[in-house]
Design a protein around this ligand. Sequence first.
Ligand code: KG4
Ligand code: ZN
Length: 344
Amino acid sequence: MLILGLETSCDETSAALLRSEKGRLKILSNVVSSQVKIHRRYKGIVPEVAARLHLEKILPVIKEAIVEIKNLQKIDLIAVTFGPGLITSLLVGVEAAKTLSYLFKKPLIPINHLEGHIYANFINEQSIRFPAVCLVVSGGHTELVLMKDLSQYQKLGSTRDDAAGECFDKVAKLLNLGYPGGPAIEKTAQAFQRDSPFSLNLPRPMIGTHDFDFSFSGLKTAVLYKIKGMKIDKNFKEALAYETQEAIIDVLATKTARASREFKAKSIILSGGVAANERLRVMMKEKAEKSGKKLFVPPKNLCTDNAAMIAAAGYFRYHLLNKKQRLDLLNNWRKIKVDPNLML
Ligand code: KG4
Ligand code: ZN
């Protein structure tokens, strides 16, 4: 089966082609056109600009993604992100997908972006056992989800204010490190030396609460107080980037590990842009090994937004449908309900 995935929820225009071979998903192409250079000027994403750039890029990106098969007629299924995300950006991908579905008479399946992030782990991977505790951690979301089976979710907790990625981005802005903030903070933190003149302590918000919620806006404020009246030189920046990263990762890894123990998870799944963070990957691996759980993390290029993960989620959703539901996909893609348990 050949699956075409489209993703335009934020600032990456992406199209991917996946092939399923005996249930194993393989990536044939995963084209990502990033707008990051343009939004960097504004230190954040400008929705109007993002939508216009998606419009420019969507067809060239699809063309590049299907170069190997040449003909869209060979595709069996189309999957597209329908939310959550920037509405004007989402519309570009959804309209493109609907048009292709109509023209080539291919079933079209709408995918929740967060579910897509989780399914990045299922590409080329068949050993994930359930129940699994999934941490979806990106620029817009921080969610702990219990995955009882394929497409069966229970939300355990989420952020009450800022997402973890947003905290990385905002602290990077305060320190003038550029956009996106996560990779910038990570790089600056790597330069931190143990014999640095600065040793800073930041709070670990909600690390000890008995729920599975998070809160990161206070951390950003704590950073703001630390820099008040200070000369922000290289050493200070490195110390603050290091401690910010430690604080965020510590909370994420501790609560994910606790959820995995409490819900007797067989697997722990990391996903979303922040899962590209090396420190999070290492700390989570240590915690998973200690409690005898298997950790799954996608390769870094599949953590940040991409269409391969959307195609993967589409493949699994399609196989969970009965014959009538599959036919409905051809007639009216809106008839397919997305699991309401997953946060939109
Ligand atoms: O999943 P994603 O590409 O887009 C959303 O769905 O939001 O995630 C983007 C977020 C940004 O906040 C970015 O700063 C963060 O992921 N991020 C990272 C790293 N790479 C991306 N955060 C920490 N460390 C990284 N290496
Ligand atoms: Zn995302």
